[in-house]
Design a protein around this ligand. Structure first.
Ligand code: F58
Length: 840
């Protein structure tokens, strides 16, 4: 596509009222969009039409900032970080953009004058669920912080047509429905077909010697797929920076299978189009064990190649020479999913742009940095070598060469010890030969980081020990953070208003300011206001729970919440075993003194993870018995809210009293939900795992309910589950109740696999930690009865969570890894139009 370079067309028609931020302009623009863009007027418009019209109104108001940001970076050739991630779990855009622009209440008033309710309109947005959980959501928080800190950044990922499945519960079981998030259109993205790139797959390579006598290779692919970019603006909080999230959709080449088409085989030709488009059709819904599926490797290579080609295009546009690639860009690999970037950047530099090996290697290593998010061995990506070779023959050659050179170094370092060499090789030789993506990422990066203190230490001493011993200076820790804009300002407006009132505006950009709340923990009046807010938030969520599950929750009961992906290591079953124990206490002694609690669960299980799905069934099975038992009425309620996603998170975190962070120590890399809860004043019951450790250090050990064995104790524990069961009558009774069929409509076989796992292997030490958990919960109940004490602890949690803002994490990445500084975006003249005109 031809782009007009020099133009006499003005940048802008000059009607700046079109993007005014006052109530009248917003109202006017809203009706304008409804009429001209959607062809609707109020008496025939649907609710979605209203949502779309308002979104376009807000997008219009972003565009100045967005275009000026891009123009500023282009003019200055700014150093930029490219965050490569197979997942971006952005959550709904409309509310967040209103917050960041500072026009929520004006917009609410404007809509009200038109007889519309802003909150209802926000609820209309189909959230883009382009991620599984923590990793994808972290990427979204980091984009928000990058824009807020005015850092030049690009997010690169995949525009899945279907995001994470929609979860419904039928007969107590999880059922997966497709997530058709694009069905009503997506007002936040702009397609950029003019920047389409080609991505090659398969075929074979052919060696040749170039004019300078250098050995080179031609890649003859047997398939080409087009990558079409879709851009979404990412606006910073109360600043002019609007960075870009660029997601790629796979498309068939224009001349799709012409041979077939010319022979009149129209269906075969169309079929090839379908195959190409399949590439970005659906997000893999696994958050644990990786699936070695060819399509997944295709997705990874596809978006990485698109991103790197796009970055090179931008350099050429800015007239920068390619040997400065590492000066122009820092690339962060969000786990190993984009690790093929090591080989692809080498291929682009050498094969496509004629650079030499050594120079290309230096550029690659200086550009790339790698974040690891897990220690679970089943989550480490290893691709079958034959599959890899079939799909990416040229990359395999490059990887062999990288590996040969790397292992030469290793051999000298370890004095030729064959075990060390075999352990460190990028190619795994035990059993089926594989390409180990974590090794590739480590070898090709100048920086390797974990996502919490304990996690980084364990990386250095276990999974990546050899790499740490070889290059200790490459390793650092970057504890995760979350954005207070979405996770306080947007999700907890009552708390945000109190903070504005107490601290003045500005805390959301400088979260350490929250520390000024500390003395107010001793102020009875402030504590009363604090409690009122929590109660209103609980009422809101109770209303939502009632509407979507039919179960009523008493806002005066303790809201005890565990929301996250369902996984054995996260131990939702430890929680439900304890609930059964409480229930059994009531049944054994109807007068037992038990703190009234509402247990709230939410989370998706990977569709093929049978035990996780069984845990959901156990939760709903226990709920259906306990919630109907008159003896438990007013004391225990259990609610499983289906389809946990960003929107539901926004409702739930602010309403929690107690946050369950009870993973087996050493298994949860960091956790980020733990931070969202605590910032919103929930107290944590948790193990010494992931970022819990740092949260406890920050809020103070008196304000955190700690239980369970440490990672070290777990690693050396020799005892069998039977020993813990035999010595604990309450646990025995609980297991017996499950075995009886009480929670499975009389079917004693249903939960047998779960019982077998717990009683015979207990791989996640549920039985080993049960007694400690149960005792700790008793302590929680006791403290909750002292309303003043609980409020004090809650205030101190919020006050001391400033460090967990993703702004702090991102500042550390910028300083230590990316060497990135802020670039101010000016909206000169009439909102930046003058500046843009000057570029013409
Ligand atoms: C999560 N990983 C960690 N992976 O489990 C969590 O502790 C951490 O806080 C978070 O990353 C952010 O660092 C995670 O979410 C995935 O979802 C992958 C998706 C693709 C397949 C492998 C797991």
């Amino acid at each position: 596509m031809k782009i007009q370079q020099q133009s006499v067309i003005p940048v802008f028609a000059g009607d700046l009222n079109r993007t005014g931020l006052d109530k009248t302009s917003i109202k006017h623009a809203f009706l304008d969009h409804l009429f001209f863009l959607q062809g609707k007027f109020p008496s025939i418009a649907t609710f979605n039409d209203y949502y779309m019209a308002l979104s376009y109104v807000i997008r219009d108001r972003l565009l100045h900032r967005w275009i000026n940001t891009a123009a500023t970076y282009t003019r200055q050739g700014s150093r930029t970080v490219a965050y490569l991630s197979a997942e971006f779990l952005m959550g709904p855009h409309l509310g967040n953009n209103l917050v960041n622009m500072g026009i929520t209440s004006t917009t609410r008033d404007a809509m009200k004058e038109l007889g519309l309710n802003l909150e209802e309109m926000l609820g209309q947005e189909e959230e883009p669920g382009l991620g599984n959980g923590g990793l994808g959501r972290l990427a979204a928080c980091y984009l928000d912080s990058l824009a807020t800190l005015e850092m030049p950044a690009l997010g690169y990922g995949i525009r899945y047509e279907y995001g994470i499945f929609h979860q419904v519960i039928r007969n107590g079981k999880q059922v997966e429905l497709t997530d058709k998030w694009l069905r009503n259109g997506n007002p936040w993205e702009i397609a950029r077909p003019e920047w389409t790139v080609e991505v090659k797959f398969g075929g074979h390579t052919e060696p040749y010697t170039d004019e300078q006598g250098r050995k080179r290779a031609h890649w003859h692919p047997d398939r080409v797929v087009m990558g079409v970019p879709y851009d979404t603006p990412v606006l910073g909080y109360r600043c002019n920076t609007a960075n870009t999230l660029r997601l790629w959709r796979a498309d068939a080449p224009e001349t799709f299978d012409f041979a077939a088409f010319n022979q009149g085989d129209y269906y075969r030709a169309v079929e090839s189009k379908v195959v190409s488009e399949n590439l970005t059709k659906v997000l893999y819904p696994n958050d644990d064990a990786v699936q070695g599926k060819q399509l997944r490797l295709e997705q990874q290579y596809f978006f990485v190649s698109c991103a790197l080609q796009d970055m090179i295009r931008i350099m050429f546009l800015q007239r920068l020479p390619l040997d400065k690639f590492h000066e122009k860009y820092a690339i962060q690999l969000n786990d190993t999913h984009p690790a093929i970037a090591v080989a692809e950047l080498m291929r682009l530099l050498i094969d496509e742009h004629g650079l030499g090996w050594d120079e290309s290697w230096e550029i690659t290593e200086r550009t790339l940095a790698f974040t690891n998010h897990t220690l679970l061995p089943e989550a480490l990506e290893c691709w079958s070598l034959p599959l890899f070779k079939k799909l990416l023959p040229r990359h395999l050659e490059i990887i062999y060469e990288i590996n040969a050179r790397f292992l030469d170094r290793v051999r000298i370092w370890c004095m030729g010890d064959p075990d060390t060499v075999a352990r460190m090789s990028i190619i795994g030789e035990e059993g089926e030969r594989t390409v180990r993506m974590a090794h590739l990422a480590c070898v090709g990066s100048h920086s390797i980081n974990g996502v919490a203190g304990l996690h980084t230490e364990l990386l250095k001493t276990s999974v990546l020990k050899d790499f740490h011993d070889l290059s200790p200076a490459k390793f650092s820790n970057k504890t995760n953070g979350v954005t207070p804009r979405r996770w306080i300002v947007l999700s907890n407006p009552r708390l945000a208003a109190l903070l504005d009132d107490t601290l003045g505006e500005g805390w959301a950009k400088d979260l350490e300011t929250l520390r000024q709340l500390e003395p107010l923990a001793e102020d009875a009046e402030f504590r009363a206001r604090w409690r009122d807010i929590k109660r209103l938030n609980k009422l809101d969520v109770a209303h939502h729970l009632r509407k979507y599950t039919g179960v009523a929750a008493d806002p005066d009961s303790l809201f005890d919440v565990q929301v996250k992906r369902i996984h054995e290591y996260k131990r939702q079953h430890l929680n439900i075993l304890h609930i059964i124990a409480l229930y059994n206490r009531i049944r054994q002694d109807p007068d037992a003194d038990i703190q009234a609690r509402t247990f709230i669960f939410a989370g998706k299980a990977a569709p093929g993870y049978h035990l996780a799905k069984l845990i959901i069934q156990l939760i709903t099975g226990v709920a259906s018995i306990v919630n109907r038992d008159p003896l438990a009425r007013g004391r225990l309620k259990i609610i499983f809210l289906p389809n946990f996603n960003v929107s539901n998170g926004q409702r739930i975190y602010p309403a929690a009293d107690l946050s369950e962070q009870i993973s087996t120590a050493g298994k949860e890399a960091s956790g980020t939900g733990n931070m969202k809860f605590s910032m919103n004043g929930a107290l944590t019951i948790g193990t010494l795992d992931g970022a819990n450790i740092e949260i406890r250090d920050a809020v103070g050990k008196d304000n955190f309910f700690l239980f369970g064995r440490t990672a070290e104790e777990i690693a050396t524990l020799q005892r069998q589950p039977a020993e813990f069961i035999d010595s604990n009558q309450e646990l025995q009774a609980v297991l017996q109740l499950i075995r009886s069929g009480l929670f499975s409509q009389g079917d004693p076989a249903l939960f047998q696999p779960l019982l077998d796992s717990l009683m015979h292997h207990d791989p996640f030490y549920v039985c080993a930690d049960f007694a400690a958990y149960s005792n700790c919960q008793q302590q929680v109940s006791k403290v909750f009865q002292d309303k003043e004490l609980w409020a004090r602890m809650s205030i101190l949690n919020t006050a001391r969570m400033g460090w967990f803002s993703s702004d702090r994490s991102i500042q550390q990445y910028c300083d230590d890894i990316w060497k990135l500084s802020p670039v101010k975006v000016q909206l000169e003249g009439s909102d930046g139009i003058g500046f843009l005109q000057s570029l013409q």
